[in-house]
Ligand binder design. Structure first.
Ligand code: SAM
Length: 625
């Protein structure tokens, strides 16, 4: 099957994912948790450098060339860093966090610090300086360990050397620079005795186990390269790494959205947090409720009191005997059901109340046969022209001490008020629930917006870092150009000197040539005039600028060239030739004159004949004058 080819814009998304999977499976480095956009941009950056169009082609290259991985790795991992990066935040670390941390520990307790994603080490040495300042160098050496880790071995080996150029240490305050660095030539080396407290090692925050019991964990400008899912996972590990009350210091664009309950802010502006311990006390058991015991005395003459009390009871009640005869009706029941004392002695089943608002027979039977209380809730009684009344009806058997059935009490509780209150409560509850849901969804939206904002900020931050790194690239290129420019300048200076020398030589030669009083002509092998001296100008009346470059035979001079040619022919072929001839010619004034011509070959330094040299002298009275 032939492989389908795409242009960059047509290439499907999975091509990039395949590339990431290849890197993970073959090189053990998992970039799948990195933010796609910036990651893609970095990979494309590398591809553009190699003039590779698609991820598929680049994957082919990675499979074929094992060195390419290192170059890609370097392009992806941005190592931008500096001493005291974001100085305001470091001031808080120096003035608040470190003193508080030291105050919590006893004077001999070890202090464990971790710079995670340390790049070329500036952050780790910044920490070392601040702790040494706070504790004194002796205590620092004895108690402090600064673990500094990164995934990038190349950055780590730079960090281990602990040597920086002048530009890198520019952000170190002068007094700290002189105290903690030794100048070596143009470089600054971190003090060896304190350097030993800084331990560098490779640790992949995404895949490797964290260091534990850390008092101050600095993980800055590294989380922001990860997507939300991976950030969450890494933050879980950082939480685990911290000792109780340990502090976490993030980059100024980094947040703890998904872990806010596990860290409490110490300084939100500068992204400094403390590990929250999250202990929960068990619930206290409730006090048992005590009820007072009820005691009744059987006193004489109480019956009428009881009768009256029954009649006056605010709750409607009817009592029937065991054979269903109405025994008692109180006033409230009379009013509610339109009964009267005349109904006493009638069978209950003959009264409307026995089946309206509810059929009572089953409950009465139950009370009589099974001696069981019944509680009938939510009974609606709709009377014509009136609002619904809601009743709760209690049907209770009246049982004698010997368990014989005396009768049944039917009590009607008007629960309309409670019911409407309940309805209102239910309604309010529903409203509250829907308001809560709305709130929750608004909250979720806000959270999403917040996360989006956060990721935009991080994205901008990343872009900023990339711009910074591009800037550094430009800076390097600028320096290279500068050095090329310096070289060109030197070449230019040399050329100028040579030109002056040449001018001087030419002037000297012109003087020599023009000092010869005879006419001196040099011609090349094509008979073109190369040198025409002042003697010639005087002899023939042709200026050197008219003669030089022109063929001798074309010059308007009265020299019979046909007679000269054999001699010139000899001079061109014989390097040792020397000939002379006297010719009858016509000079510039138009007079006949005898011209003596000497001819030799014109040779290069190596003896090669380039042309001929002629010396001409007016040699006597011209014939016929
Ligand atoms: C921009 S630098 C930050 C350096 C320093 N912390 C600072 O803020 O100046 C980000 C560092 O994170 C490192 N890094 C990226 N992915 C990592 C990972 N999975 N585990 C550990 N370090 C990682 C990079 O190699 C790089 O050195």
């Amino acid at each position: 099957m032939t492989k389908q080819t795409f242009t960059r814009h047509e290439e499907p998304e999975y091509a990039f994912e395949s590339l990431l999977r290849f890197l993970r499976d073959s090189r053990g480095f998992d970039f799948t948790g990195y933010k796609r956009t910036s990651l893609m941009r970095r990979v494309r950056h590398r591809m553009d450098h190699l003039r590779i169009e698609t991820f598929a082609e680049y994957l082919d290259l990675l499979q074929a060339d094992s060195d390419e991985f290192a170059a890609l790795f370097n392009t992806i991992l941005i190592n931008v860093t500096s001493f005291f990066r974001d100085p305001d935040a470091w001031e808080v670390i120096r003035d608040e966090i470190i003193p508080a941390l030291l105050a919590q520990r006893s004077p001999t307790d070890p202090i464990r610090v971790w710079s995670a994603g340390c790049a070329s080490g500036q952050e780790a040495y910044t920490l070392a300086m601040l702790f040494a300042e706070a504790m004194g160098t002796d205590a620092f050496r004895q108690r402090v360990k600064v673990y500094a880790t990164d995934v990038d071995e190349h950055a780590l080996s730079e960090a281990r050397q602990a040597t920086y150029d002048a530009a890198a240490v520019e952000s170190v305050p002068a007094e700290l620079l002189s105290k903690y660095f030794d100048a070596q030539g143009v470089r600054y080396v971190f003090r060896k005795d304190l350097r030993r407290a800084v331990i560098f090692g490779r640790n992949d925050l995404v895949q490797d186990a964290p260091i534990s019991r850390i008092d101050l964990l600095v993980c800055r400008n590294t989380l922001m390269y990860f997507n939300a899912e991976t950030q969450k996972r890494v933050l879980g590990r950082l939480h685990f790494a911290l000792a109780a009350h340990g502090a976490l210091f993030l980059g100024h664009a980094e947040m703890l959205l998904s872990h806010s309950q596990r860290f409490t802010p110490l300084n939100l502006k500068h992204r400094i947090f403390r590990k929250a311990m999250g202990t929960h006390a068990p619930l206290e058991p409730a006090d048992p409720v005590e009820y007072p015991a009820e005691r009744f005395g059987d006193l004489p003459g109480l019956d009428p009191v009881r009768e009256l009390a029954f009649r006056a009871s605010p709750v409607p009640q009817i009592v029937i005997t065991g054979d269903d005869t109405v025994a008692m009706i109180n006033q409230q029941a009379e009013t509610l059901f339109g009964l009267s004392p005349r109904d006493i002695g009638r069978l209950l089943r003959d009264l409307e109340v026995s089946y309206r608002p509810i059929e009572l027979r089953t409950y009465l039977e139950q009370a009589k046969v099974e001696r069981r209380n019944a509680r009938i809730q939510d009974v609606e009684w709709q009377r014509p022209g009136a609002e619904s009344t809601w009743l709760e009806i209690h049907v209770n058997p009246l049982v004698a001490a010997d368990n014989g059935l005396l009768g049944v009490s039917i009590v009607f509780f008007d629960v309309s008020a409670t019911r409407s209150l309940l309805d209102k409560l239910v309604q309010t509850n529903r409203q509250l629930e829907s308001a809560y849901e709305e709130l929750q969804s608004t909250n979720e939206e806000l959270e999403t917006t917040n996360e989006e904002l956060q990721s935009t900020v991080e994205e901008l931050e990343t872009t900023n870092e990339e711009l910074q790194s591009t800037n550094e690239e430009l800076e390097t290129m600028n320096e290279e150009l500068q050095s090329t420019n310096d070289e060109l300048q030197t070449i230019n200076d040399t050329l100028r000197d040579r030109t002056i020398e040449l001018d001087e030589s030419k002037e000297f030669l012109d003087s020599v040539v023009n000092s010869v009083r005879m006419g001196l002509v040099v011609i090349d092998r094509e008979m073109r005039v190369v040198v025409w001296n002042r003697g010639c100008e005087e002899l023939w009346g042709v200026r050197s600028d008219e003669a030089e470059g022109n063929s001798l035979s074309r010059l308007d001079i009265g020299l019979p060239l046909t007679e000269l040619r054999p001699m010139l022919g000899n001079a061109f072929v014989d390097p040792s030739f020397q000939g002379s001839v006297t010719l009858s010619a016509i000079n510039r004034r138009g007079r006949h004159t005898e011209i003596r011509v000497l001819c030799t070959p014109f040779k290069t330094g190596s003896g090669w004949v380039k042309g001929a040299l002629l010396l001409m002298e007016a040699g006597g009275t011209p014939s016929g004058q």
